[in-house]
Design a protein around this ligand. Structure first.
Ligand code: CUK
Ligand code: CUA
Ligand code: CA
Length: 639
């Protein structure tokens, strides 16, 4: 075939174009006054040269068939609403944990158990999760829980890591849009810290529709991690973006990009500096204990005022000016520094945590005296992560790079020494948000792998129509030089992930019959005098029909459910199989009913039998050679 007749391959657009600068001229960057962002481009690499570079990496990302990964990765599912479990370094997706979405495979959002957990917010079918974090004891991942925010509907959810299911969810009152979320690290995760992002009028009852005048604020929130109830809220000046906690248990800090209190883009960029707000957890707890708090209408959570009054600081907060619209806030694993990432400033601000006692005691004239370095790293620094060997790795959104820098050297440079703190800049594809190194949020940061979560994949994958996947790239950071070893397409839009060693996570293989996850359902069965592990019974109670059945491959314990049109039917199934991996399902055709019942699990679902006639139900998890034959019928008499 001559070249002329060769079919145009739209998948293989020329790669010799500058692949880094493509956002440079867009409104995003010019609005930020950074239209020249693309100017720093380095030598453009071809597909072949990326592949060759990957081969030079010290650690192989290849995990052979039958081998297990060394790390668990927990990925936020972004505005898709779920959490995903990946194996690292293979980047194989192991599991999806539905949280703020509806899931037809497991019945999340459909079953009674999941609806109880979601509470009032079960009526929402969307979510927007960003920040997954694993509970800690003494600054180390204890593998018990994973917490995640929902910006869309102002929620926080907890996932039990032994079963990898969401077991608690709360809606945070008095604020709008939970964004930044981190956990208390020391002595253990007593609190989940979560930022309410948007400033709203108080009360927000329609009497004041102007966010720039009158009583208005957002709040820093703490949730009791074990009870999953609100612990306290702190009013702040400005808004709140990202947060992190320290290794003493005393302080948490959060970035604010809208110190202006503006409602538009121009207004939010007016100030050259916004701030990091530091929260004194000890002082907050003492005030609550002394009863020195208020409550807002409709919720009993203690609320404290952390705003400045007439230029005077509150005992609970300090505001440290940093440039400009800062975004990520990261604690170094040696416990020494909070690092605020400048976003519209090419700098990050390094705050020495040991100076915070002095800051609260009034030792410093200028709160910026707690800043010990402000290195210039490149354009659009968003998030920093650490290797435990004294290096920071910061994403540069506008430069489409990760920069590896030496924290000590940056401090020396800030003190006037002539020293180069930048160790390497690596192109990533493209426009990275978060990055996350293995075990980086704990004392155990081991500097082996770095995941960079890129917002644009552009030309890296086969085309999927106008909507492209994101690109989560795996980088070997074990050597002097960062080496890109893997491109991992992901669906809308992970934002953030966390990597734990596989020895830190201890999932079970088969449900325990006394698991609290379905304890309420077990209690209901008991009231009906039903033994879930043995009985197959249909109980009629007015127009309510309660069906209790067992399942064992390849049969349901009940294959005919007689009822009348309009009945409210609850089907409760207990899976008697004891064999690992033999999950059954219950799917009732044309009723929107579907659920998972894993070995030794009890699941239940309630629906209205609104259509007379015969309606088949079937097992929708392949369980046996006779899986297709695992069926039954709902027999609905006309009303
Ligand atoms: S945020 Cu998305 S890139 Cu929600 Cu942690 Cu920074
Ligand atoms: Cu039971 Cu398929
Ligand atoms: Ca600002």
């Amino acid at each position: 075939m001559s070249d002329k007749n060769k079919p145009q391959d739209s998948q293989d657009a020329p790669v010799s174009l500058s692949r880094r600068g493509f956002l440079g001229a867009t409104a995003i960057t010019s609005a930020a006054g950074l239209a020249g962002a693309a100017g720093l481009s380095s030598a453009v690499m071809t597909r072949e040269s990326w592949a060759a570079a990957a081969k030079e990496a010290r650690n192989s990302a290849h995990v052979a068939p039958g081998e297990l990964d060394e790390y668990y990765g927990f990925w936020s599912g972004g505005h898709q609403g779920e959490v995903r479990v990946l194996g690292i370094p293979s980047m194989r997706e192991l599991m999806r944990i539905p949280v703020f979405n509806t899931d037809s495979a497991t019945g999340w959002g459909i079953t009674n158990e999941s609806k109880r957990i979601m509470g009032d917010s079960a009526k929402f079918h969307n979510g927007d999760c960003h920040h997954p974090h694993i509970s800690m004891t003494d600054g180390r991942y204890d593998g018990k829980y994973l917490f995640i925010n929902d910006k869309a509907n102002t929620r926080i959810a907890r996932i039990r890591l032994d079963i990898m299911k969401c077991d608690k969810m709360i809606t945070v009152p008095n604020v709008q849009a939970i964004h930044g979320l981190r956990l208390q690290k020391v002595p253990h995760t007593k609190y989940v810290f979560a930022n309410g992002e948007f400033i709203i009028p108080h009360p927000n009852d329609g009497t004041n529709l102007d966010v720039t005048s009158g009583e208005r604020y957002t709040m820093f929130n703490a949730v009791d991690a074990e009870k999953m109830e609100m612990a306290f809220q702190v009013m702040v000046d400005g808004n709140l973006d990202n947060t992190d906690a320290d290794y003493t248990g005393k302080y948490a800090a959060a970035t604010c990009y809208n110190s202006e209190g503006a409602v538009d883009l121009g207004g939010m960029m007016r100030n050259e500096r916004d701030w990091v707000v530091v929260f004194n957890v000890e002082a907050i707890e003492a005030a609550i204990k002394a009863g020195k708090f208020v409550t807002l209408p409709g919720h009993p959570v203690p609320v404290l005022d952390g705003r400045k009054k007439d230029g005077k600081d509150s005992p609970f907060t300090r505001y440290i000016p940093v440039p400009k619209n800062p975004h990520g806030l990261n604690t170094s694993p040696d416990g020494k520094y909070f690092i605020a990432n400048g976003k519209l400033s090419p700098t990050v601000s390094v705050i020495e945590i040991s100076r915070l006692d002095g800051l609260f005691a009034g030792k410093y004239q200028d709160p910026r005296e707690v800043i010990v370095a402000e290195p210039e790293l490149g354009l659009g620094p968003l998030h920093t992560t650490f290797d435990g060997r004294g290096n920071g790795y910061t994403t540069l959104f506008l430069d489409s790079q990760v920069v590896k820098w030496d924290i000590d050297a940056a401090i020396r440079a800030y003190n006037g020494e002539k020293v180069n703190y930048i160790k390497q800049k690596l192109d990533v594809q493209y426009q990275p948000g978060h990055n996350h190194a293995s075990l980086t949020e704990s004392r155990d940061a081991d500097g082996k792998w770095l995941v960079v979560l890129c917002k644009f994949s552009k030309d890296r994958f086969l085309l999927t129509g106008p909507l492209h996947p994101e690109n989560d790239q795996l980088i070997d950071i074990s050597g002097e030089e960062m080496k890109l070893v893997h491109d991992g397409p992901t669906y809308a839009e992970p934002h953030d992930c966390i990597l734990a060693h596989r020895s830190q996570i201890k999932p079970i293989k088969i449900w325990k019959r006394d698991d609290p996850y379905f304890a309420d359902t077990v209690a209901m069965a008991k009231k009906d005098g039903v033994k879930l592990e043995e009985d197959n019974k249909i109980i009629r109670d007015g127009n309510k029909v309660r069906v209790y059945m067992t399942s064992m491959a390849p049969a349901f314990g009940i294959t005919e459910i007689p009822c009348k049109q309009g009945d409210e039917v609850t089907v409760t199934i207990t899976n008697l199989d004891m064999i690992e991996d033999v999950t059954h399902g219950f799917c009732l055709v044309n009723h929107g009913v579907s659920m998972e019942i894993s070995p030794q699990q009890t699941s239940s679902v309630t629906f209205i039998a609104d259509k007379p006639g015969v309606h088949w139900y079937y097992c929708n998890w392949f369980c046996h050679a006779l899986h297709m034959e695992m069926v039954g019928r709902l027999l609905v008499e006309p009303a």
